[in-house]
Design a protein around this ligand. Structure first.
Ligand code: FAD
Length: 392
């Protein structure tokens, strides 16, 4: 087995796969390792993704698209519904994916671009010399061995250890993450063209409940609540109640548990010889918890910066900081914006949510620009304008 590469990518999720693919296309000698034996399985995702952003990274393929949506509907605690077009709905509405197939298609792309892929291979530590990352310790079939590289990309998801091994603080407090549980439910009557979001403290405290269609009569139905709110009631208690109340005829055929970072990004995402991308860098959206697109965008930027650094022969933090600058000035701006909105949103009472929804229920989101929407929103909600003053 080869023991030296230009780049090792740890983690075969969307962030790692896009990083490895782009780096291989830029001529780097790349190894992607994934600890699981099958890419994409088990799935820990509601599988919603924006079409526009996705097509920057992969050609849409019916093999991994379960539903093609036209928009989303948001329900406030008193049942007031606000309908939005796909464009207005944000990064999680567009397609509902079959992630088992999608993640594998991404890794297939990266293997075809020339990257070597090793599954069932777990990174157990970083090789560090004088504080510089120069490879990984990996475990394969019970045996540990060293693999060296000029740069390592840590794309090891929510439970990331790679950053911590390099001395980067990636810790999350209960207020920094949403605890999620989701069922794949069949035998239900749903509109296959809309994602539904339900808000309210009785439904999902400081979070939301989602119904993402996966074709006819089937949907991912899940709930995320802020870690600090899971006291007397667990996320699953909220989900079970919703199922009993709204979809008593539903039959559960799969179940997913998982955490989503909603902290906003960590302070530092590079160190000498190391770059972190995706959930490992806490780049998911603090409001929705969606992270597929951001992980892919960050993976692409990381690959470009790694290729430049390798061309220069300089893998120090100073050079890799270009990654920090580039992602913070693009996806980072949106994350910052979402963080401010989230801090306001988690303080809303059910009354605030109802008032907000009522003020938007007659707005036609299909013919409205974002500017018009903000104007309509703030005109009806002076308090909201005050709470979100940090954004202007
Ligand atoms: P992951 O997809 O988590 O990939 C990390 C990979 O690294 C995994 O395959 C893991 O096995 C591997 N790995 C970890 N440690 C090691 C190691 N030591 N060695 C080797 N391999 C390792 N996002 C959306 O955009 N839309 C949604 O609808 C959505 N719904 C969600 C619902 C739930 C319940 C949850 C939990 C998350 C949801 N997300 C959603 C978030 C989304 O799943 C993540 O943001 C996205 O998968 C991040 O991609 P990633 O590549 O950074 O990490």
């Amino acid at each position: 087995m080869k023991e030296m590469y230009d780049l090792i990518v740890v983690g075969g999720g969307p962030g790692g796969a896009i990083a490895a693919k782009n780096a291989a296309e830029l001529g780097l000698d790349v190894l992607l390792i994934e600890k699981r034996q099958e890419i994409g399985d088990p799935v820990r995702c509601a599988e919603g993704v924006s079409k526009i952003c996705l097509s920057d990274h992969i050609e849409p393929d019916p093999r991994w698209i379960c539903a093609d949506l036209t928009g989303s509907r948001i329900y406030s605690p008193d049942g007031t519904m606000v309908e939005m077009s796909e464009e207005m709905s944000g990064g999680e509405v567009g397609y509902v994916l079959e992630r088992k197939v999608f993640d594998r298609a991404l890794v297939d792309q990266c293997a075809r671009a020339g990257a070597e892929v090793r599954v069932k291979t777990r990174a157990t530590g970083l090789i560090m010399e004088k504080g510089v990352v120069c490879g990984i310790y990996a475990m394969y079939l019970g045996e540990e061995y060293e693999i060296r590289s000029k740069i390592v990309i840590g794309a090891d998801g929510m439970e990331s250890k790679v950053g911590r091994w390099a001395g980067i603080d990636t810790s999350l407090k209960p207020t920094d993450m949403e605890t999620c549980v989701q069922y794949l439910v069949t035998n239900i009557d749903i509109d296959p063209q809309f994602c539904d979001f339900y808000l309210g403290n009785e439904i999902a405290p400081a979070g939301y409940l989602w119904v993402f269609p996966k074709g006819e009569n089937m949907a991912n139905i899940g709930v995320g609540i802020l870690g600090s709110k899971s006291g007397d009631h667990r996320a699953i208690d909220y989900l079970d109640k919703f199922m009993r109340d709204v979809y008593p005829e539903g039959r559960i055929i799969e179940m997913v548990y998982g955490g989503v970072p909603v902290s906003g990004p960590i302070e530092k995402t590079v160190s000498d010889g190391l770059i972190l991308v995706g959930d490992a860098a806490r780049q998911s959206d603090p409001i929705t918890g969606g992270g597929i697109i951001n992980a892919m965008e960050a993976g692409k930027i990381a690959a470009e910066v790694a290729a430049d650094a390798i061309k220069k022969g300089d893998y120090t933090t100073d050079t890799l900081n270009e990654y920090e600058t580039l992602w913070r000035s693009t996806i980072g701006k949106e994350i910052e914006y979402s963080l401010v909105v989230k801090e306001t949103f988690i303080k809303f009472t059910d009354k605030d949510l109802n008032h907000l929804a009522q003020s938007l229920s007659n707005v036609n989101f299909y013919s409205l620009s974002l500017k018009d929407l903000l104007y309509a929103l703030f005109k009806a909600n002076k308090k909201l304008l005050w709470d979100l003053r940090g954004l202007f």
